[in-house]
Design a protein. Structure first.
Lengths: 394, 394
């Protein structure tokens, strides 16, 4: 039911074009996975998401186990039916949120930008699992690898991930090593659990590769994953403190992995990062940015369409757009660009109308999908540098 | 360019089925006009509004003159183009908001539920116009009938209304009489202004009928409107304190009006009110309720689908819907009911996801359009009572 096939490899890098086949359809890779965190992409109907070229969306086991509860979603017929999305779907294990909320913020720890603080909601990590306090009604939950799999089986996504301990940046190498070892044991327990229920063919379980910034630990984690029958990998854990360090960690890790299997990069999705990741052989990316920045008025555009090089994206709150009757991007054929001007969206933002966020989200999703399509073609045509210049440089 | 034609009259009441033809298409009446107050229907793309069977939408000259400014919308090519709506459109004069915000709240004064207080934003009413302070940047604006027409010409809606003084409930009959006389003079100035620019054929100017709850004053206002070449009427001003009084005022007023011309009832749109209004010969209704209640989690359904007779609509926040996997209404074929369950919308409301309001708005708009369609058929088939029982009684 699940299959990953490489259809084209670049001769200049490890970039590759592939096809993931799932029970709910195919994903052409490299692909971007959009976040439907709490069983919806914020502010958008499934119709607009689909019509914006979306192949695959991701929901969070952590949020859904707490609200409305995975049991309810199973009774609803699974997540696909609950949210009315009939395409491929991805869920994470819940571990990442528990650890990152426990440490402070979701993204600060993979990026090493904030000092850890485990006191918030994470109570205790044992060999058994991770105990935390629900942010909904305060009850204490022990998320074990088995429970994470139960939740992800209830949700029924096509691609799921092993429960791991998401190791922060600001810990010793010994801590990272022990944590990676624990993640290996948890990965085996995760795999055993889904096999017990015969789900391994319909729900592809990705092994999370840990090991922080340490090559030997990444090597050990990768080797373990290669030696077990995971249909793919998800690169997790700390990726270092700087962009350069992140690219280095991603590069060395993907190199260690079985080249015939599918590789996802967890939680990273800036345009520059995508180009780098693709060159390392990353097949899919997920990130909340396209819809999050949209809600703050920022449209994703090619860098030459941005006002100044220091800016990321087009901030439509800027008063320069007050009477700008052109679409966000002249070359874009998304629903928003076909129908509305920058001036209209600027007005909606000023009037605090939530439609602004929805219209920009539609554009941003369409644009990320177009970027990935450009990248797929560029890999086959061996002109990834050119395409990257087109998207990223002035 | 503008034409109103009655195609069917009930023999049991003054209910009628008609067709309004405008430059942007036809409106089958009785019809409901949805509020796109600040140049958008809150939380909905135009695509969803159109696909929900909407014939006509209304924007507010008052809000748009202040933000983004009517001049900007004229430069954008008019309101139709600005918001990407190609169907019939309605704007009000701006007067209603100035007076009602000045008095306290928009709806409290037509319904007589709140004592007037002119101190808020309304500064001065003279023969010339109404002076008020902008809630956006504090500047003082004198809205005259001529300025109101300039604004409405800039916006370019198919149906527009005369600038009137919206008389509150808690004033003397003498005040109401003087106010009504002033509204007559302002109506003539409004009509002259649009004729000066040759717009009377493309932008149908409705005369607002004033006179409060007083039959003789309503009579005078109606006679004035009948004697001048307004293509239709909009019933405004205070409609009394109780529902019974409101129906009486509407009934006596519509009776006084030229039966061949189009009649709009300003700001009223409850389902019961619509049936009463239709029997009095009202052709169109507008009200913010369908989308406003949606944002609070309430779906409009036939009364037998509601939990108890004391409730208006289906409150999807109610925990009874936690695991209710049926659509809002089994008999509804709107986008929301075809794709999503009460349980899903309940989850979105609990998780404070704005998509909940959008999905319920789609249902509510579709439902109001279906109600109006049912009413049009019922008038022709002379079974309005039966249809009212179906919609309103348990």
């Amino acid at each position: 039911m699940f299959e990953f096939r490489v259809v084209n490899r670049s001769s200049k890098s490890r970039a590759r074009v592939g096809i993931i086949s799932t029970k709910h359809g195919v994903i052409h890779t490299p692909a971007f996975i959009f976040c439907a965190t709490k069983a919806n992409v914020k502010g958008l109907t499934i119709e607009h998401i689909k019509n914006s070229g979306t192949q695959v969306i991701l929901s969070n086991a952590y949020h859904l186990m707490l609200q409305p509860g995975n049991d309810l979603i199973r009774r609803a017929g699974g997540l696909h039916r609950f949210i009315s999305w009939d395409g491929p779907m991805f869920t994470d294990s819940g571990g990442f949120q528990i650890f990152s909320l426990g440490h402070g913020s979701v993204s600060s720890e993979i990026k090493g930008t904030r000092f850890g603080d485990r006191r918030r909601t994470l109570l205790r990590v044992t060999e058994e699992g991770a105990e935390f306090r629900s942010y909904i009604e305060g009850r204490i939950v022990n998320l074990t690898p088995e429970l994470s799999m139960q939740i992800q089986m209830d949700l029924g996504a096509d691609i799921i991930v092993t429960m791991d301990e998401c190791t922060p940046y600001h810990v010793s190498k010994l801590y990272t090593a022990n944590s990676m070892e624990k993640s290996k044991r948890w990965a085996i327990r995760s795999l055993n659990e889904i096999k017990k229920y015969g789900r391994q063919d319909t729900q592809a379980l990705l092994a999370v590769i840990q090991g922080g910034i340490y090559k030997d630990l990444r090597q050990e984690s990768a080797q373990f994953a290669n030696e077990n029958d995971f249909p793919g990998f998800a690169i997790g854990g700390s990726l270092g403190k700087t962009r350069a360090e992140m690219y280095e960690v991603i590069g060395m890790t993907t190199e260690m992995l079985d080249q015939s299997r599918y590789v996802h990069l967890l939680g990273i999705g800036g345009i520059d990062d995508i180009f780098e990741g693709v060159r390392c052989g990353i097949d899919t990316f997920d990130c909340v940015a396209p819809t999050r920045v949209a809600r703050h008025g920022v449209a994703i555009v090619k860098s030459r369409e941005v006002l100044s090089r220091s800016q990321k994206g087009m901030n439509l709150r800027n008063s320069i757009y007050y009477d700008d009757f052109s679409p966000i991007s002249e070359s874009c054929s998304c629903y928003t660009c076909r129908n509305f001007s920058r001036a209209y969206i600027h007005h909606l933002l000023r009037a605090r109308e939530i439609l602004a966020g929805s219209l920009i989200s539609i554009h941003n999703i369409f644009t990320m999908n177009r970027l990935m399509s450009d990248i797929r073609i560029a890999i086959s045509e061996e002109n990834l540098d050119e395409i990257q210049n087109d998207w990223c440089k002035n």
